[in-house]
Ligand binder design. Structure first.
Ligand SMILES: NC(=O)C1=CN([C@@H]2O[C@H](COP(=O)(O)OP(=O)(O)OC[C@H]3O[C@@H](n4cnc5c(N)ncnc54)[C@H](OP(=O)(O)O)[C@@H]3O)[C@@H](O)[C@H]2O)C=CC1
Ligand SMILES: CC(=O)C(=O)O
Ligand SMILES: [Mg+2]
Length: 757
């Protein structure tokens, strides 16, 4: 996992616009009319409605999606009392996390005040702005009074995240670590180092989960908190022990679990060695733990270690919880975040860690095959499923405990809303998957012997997108599935090389040999080809044994474009087939072609590609507005590369006048409608936003798609096959599980559409 240096972190914060967040308008603002609605006079109407009924603030303002991240900087991470201003990077960071993980907007508010009563007054006074309040990095014991009073006096959810977020995440981690170590929660001996905001709240939650309070020893900066110690505050007194222990070192002997929420480097390897067999060490001080991860792991083989750091396994950080807890609470109009909601979040998070991990998560961490075990006790912070699991669990618990003002009426619709928060690209693909699910088709996935394809096959089967058939050796596929923790219950395996398939191979070979008789394919040659998965898969589709196929460009003896054309055939009226990629960017969704098939496209090929693209964009329920790209603008160059595109446009205008297409043009004129219309007022796309880019050649299209993806400018779906008679698609060896699932869904829907024709 990547390590972070001081220089990297400072550069990151300073680069471009300093800081990490900005405000983005959500309504049109370009015209005088827009401004009259957004501000005076129009804005007076929602004001008056809210005056009559304060609940209307959730209809007409951003209150229901806005959290205040409020701190006075007295316990910033483990850095201590560094002051309100110095804590701002942490609070901005939390605002960023709220946004990216749960679609919630957040303002960071740093209050230069230490008196708890004054802080309470300030927060109460600004509470109307927010749907919820996340108190952060306020030190104990003041934080207890501040949170308790604000919860009593505000009618919106208030949560001190260092207390409860930490308790929820580490509680989930504790349940899972105990399961792996084979220990019962009621029997364990727990040592807690730190007696502040996080430590007190974690210990309370652990007791609620089953830890026996008599088995808890807590230490603060002065050592073990014993009942005979003078001057203990009420929170410390709650966990004071009567045992004759004085130091952390004494307390650690024979302990099953160590929970550190204090400061760096206070735990030694000797202390860890003195713990009971199969110990659990949660060293959670940030940024440096009570004992470094590597050092603790080296002390003994039977240990589970977690820290607050993202650059080591088992990160226990409240980011796994707070975005989703607030999402669930705000969405159901919860008046608070109560115990039932917290316990529901604990179990949702703990259970998710036991599910197979999608490869997007592996990819995000540059890891392979993350599976539940001593180095993976909790979901990773970048796991997109957290939103879908935790927010509904929290909202349900709020409704069941009677504190939801607007209970979620339709859980399926709520899941869709949450999924939509993950972005537009997801929205279009979900629509395709939902359509495919209505008539699940038999889709052959030719490459069973790769992790990414096998995971995708299992996922599309489980989601009901299609009935996948995976090609390959059963034993190898089963072993791979077992290693990946995948169930093959709903996946059919066909081994093209097995004796069982001899008759099928012969049947397919006869058809293939007759189709390619004049391309050098004898029967025996065709029979040999049937041992190759891509050929076998394509023949399944050609003969109707399957509805669609996803072949892999890495199968041995991969089929060429000419083989595909001979086997499946081109659609009537076309002389070419091609591929399209869908690019999802912050500026919208764009369709680009041809990305994979025609290296020597001439004018006729460009005409076919544009016609096929028109058809395919409509398949995705969008109106195609096409630009034929070049380095030249409407005849500005007479080089043959440019004139070929111009000739293709001319033919398209003459023969296919219903297509919305123009060119040749440079890409910025394609994407900037105003620039194009002002400079070339005769262009036939006038006033329309281009969404489909036909590149003059394969290199340009292929490089553009991959460049934008590599630069993180967008996500991509494809290659989507256009122009063959049947849905035979191809994918690359490095395609992600998500990319393969997307292609399978598109191929399945393609098969359904074909059947209806
Ligand atoms: N990984 C995660 O998700 C999270 C980690 N944390 C980390 O936990 C730590 C505490 O945070 P928080 O509870 O908010 O802060 P607080 O200021 O509320 O509490 C700090 C506690 O640490 C105790 N302490 C300080 N030095 C020592 C020592 N040498 N030995 C034992 N105890 C000591 C203090 O003792 P005393 O009472 O005597 O002053 C106090 O009880 C920080 O490092 C923070 O980064 C916090 C939240 C989440
Ligand atoms: C993670 C966090 O909230 C802290 O360390 O304070
Ligand atoms: Mg904190």
């Amino acid at each position: 996992m990547s390590k972070v240096t001081k220089e990297m972190a400072l550069d990151y914060h300073e680069e471009g616009k300093p800081g990490k967040i900005e405000i983005v308008p959500t309504k049109p603002y370009a015209s005088q009319h827009d401004l009259a609605l957004a501000y005076s006079p129009g804005v007076a109407y929602p004001c008056l409605e809210i005056e009559k009924d304060p609940e209307d603030a959730y209809r007409y303002t951003n209150r229901g999606n806005l959290v205040g991240v409020i701190s006075n900087g007295t316990a910033v991470l483990g850095l201590g009392d560094i002051g309100a201003l110095a804590g701002k990077p942490v609070m901005e960071g939390k605002a960023l996390l709220f946004k990216i993980f749960a679609g919630l907007d957040a303002f960071d508010i740093e209050i230069n005040e230490k008196d708890p009563d004054k802080i309470i007054e300030i927060v109460k006074a600004i509470a109307p702005t927010f749907g919820g309040i996340n108190l952060e990095d306020i030190k104990a014991p003041e934080c207890f009074k501040i949170e308790t009073r604000l919860k009593e006096e505000c009618d919106i959810p208030v949560m001190h995240d260092d207390q409860h977020g930490t308790a929820i995440i580490s509680g989930a981690g504790l349940l899972n670590a105990l399961q792996i170590q084979g220990k019962k929660i009621g029997d364990i001996r727990l040592v807690v180092n730190g007696a502040g905001a996080a430590a007190i709240s974690c210990t309370r939650l652990y007791v609620a989960l089953g830890v026996n309070p008599k088995n808890v020893v807590m230490c603060d900066s002065k050592g073990v908190i014993r009942a005979d110690r003078e001057g203990l505050n009420s929170q410390k007194r709650e966990f004071a022990t009567t045992r004759d222990l004085h130091t952390l070192q004494e307390a650690m002997k024979d302990a099953d679990v160590f929970l550190g929420l204090s400061v760096a480097d206070v735990v030694t390897p000797e202390m860890v060695l003195s713990m009971a067999p199969r110990p659990i060490v949660f060293a959670l001080a940030n940024p440096n733990p009570e004992i470094a991860y590597d050092l603790a792991m080296q002390t003994r083989d039977d240990i589970i270690v977690a820290t607050g750091r993202s650059d080591y396994p088992n990160q226990i950080n409240n980011v796994i919880g707070f975005p989703y807890i607030f999402r669930g609470a705000l969405d159901c109009g919860a008046t608070a975040i109560n115990e039932a909601m917290k316990i529901a979040a604990v179990h949702a998070i703990a259970d998710l860690a036991k599910e197979p991990v999608p490869s997007v998560v592996d990819e995000a961490y540059g890891m392979n095959n993350i599976t539940f075990g001593r180095e993976y006790i909790l979901p990773k912070a970048l796991d997109p499923r957290l939103l879908l699991c935790v927010a509904p669990a929290v909202a349900k618990a709020a409704a069941q405990s009677g504190i939801a003002r607007r209970p979620i009426p339709d859980w399926a619709a709520y899941q869709t809303k949450l999924r939509n928060l993950m972005g537009d690209d997801g929205k279009m693909m979900r629509h395709i998957s939902d359509l495919a699910k209505q008539t699940p088709k038999r889709v052959v996935i030719c490459e069973g012997n790769m992790d990414n394809t096998l995971r995708a096959a299992v996922r599309v089967a489980q989601e009901g997108v299609c009935r996948p058939v995976v090609l390959g050796n059963e034993e190898m596929i089963e072993k791979r599935a077992a290693r990946l923790g995948l169930s093959l219950d709903k996946v059919e395996i066909v081994n093209p090389r097995h004796d069982r398939e001899a008759e099928t191979r012969e049947r397919y070979a006869k058809i293939l040999a007759s189709k390619k008789a004049r391309e050098g394919f004898t029967f025996n040659f065709a029979l040999d080809k049937m041992f190759e998965r891509s050929y076998f898969g394509m023949m399944m589709v050609e003969t109707g044994d399957a509805d669609a196929c996803l072949a892999s460009t890495y199968s041995a003896g991969e089929a060429t474009a000419s083989d595909v054309v001979s086997i499946i055939g081109l659609q009537d009226g076309y002389s070419h087939f091609a591929t399209m990629h869908i690019l999802n960017t912050r500026k919208g969704t764009f369709f680009i072609a041809d990305t994979a098939v025609n290296p020597d496209a001439d004018k006729d090929a460009l005409v076919d590609i544009a016609r096929l693209a028109d058809h395919t964009v409509r398949f995705f329920a969008q109106e195609p507005v096409m630009a034929m790209l070049s380095y030249s603008n409407f005849g500005s160059s007479q080089h043959e590369e440019a004139t070929m595109v111009a000739a293709a446009v001319k033919e398209l205008h003459e023969k296919y006048p219903s297509l919305i297409v123009d060119g040749e043009m440079q890409v910025e004129y394609a994407l900037d409608t105003k620039l194009r219309d002002e400079t070339y007022p005769f262009n036939t796309l006038k006033g329309k936003c281009v969404n489909t880019l036909i590149f003059p050649n394969l290199t340009a299209a292929n490089c553009t798609g991959k460049m934008l993806l590599s630069m993180g400018i967008g996500s991509i779906v494809g290659p989507i096959q256009m122009g063959l008679k049947k849905p035979v698609y191809f994918t690359n060896s490095n395609a992600s599980e998500q990319e393969i699932c997307d292609l399978v869904a598109i191929a399945a829907l393609d098969a359904i559409t074909l059947e209806r024709k």
